[in-house]
Design a protein. Structure first.
Length: 133
């Protein structure tokens, strides 16, 4: 998952970005204080804590370049989305929000699982005739 020089890959940087987005979405726990135009995610404290935990795990997975951590963060978010879906059907709100919380948590989880489970591209062979002299 790393380049030849040990640099982070596109997947690592994407995991860091998704983790930062999850932490930013956790800020919507204070959505009641926002004007109506900006209240597009309704999430409670439990959902915000879950987003922060998964976001930190995702950022850490990008820094240490570990696919397993990315899979765990994605599975945590997908599981929370399914729990919210079942909770909405039973008129309880496990994440403290509504269907928008389920959509955000599920979307971030799907993104992380896609990054974690997609095949690694083959290494490009070095051709001495191409590139810098």
């Amino acid at each position: 998952m790393t380049g030849a020089a040990g640099r982070s890959s596109e997947r690592d940087r994407s995991a860091i970005l998704i983790g930062a987005a999850a932490i930013a979405f956790a800020g919507f726990v204070f959505g009641a204080l926002l004007p109506t135009e900006f209240r597009f995610v309704n999430i409670g404290p439990v959902g915000a804590a879950l987003l922060v935990a998964a976001g930190v795990l995702s950022i850490f997975s990008g820094i240490v370049r570990r696919r397993l951590l990315r899979t765990l963060a994605g599975a945590l978010l997908i599981g929370a989305a399914f729990t919210q879906l079942v909770g909405l059907a039973l008129s309880i709100r496990p994440l403290g929000g509504d269907a928008s919380a389920m959509a955000v948590v599920g979307g971030l989880g799907i993104g992380l699982l896609t990054l974690a489970l997609s095949p690694t591209p083959p290494a490009q062979p070095h051709e001495p005739t191409k590139g810098r002299p």
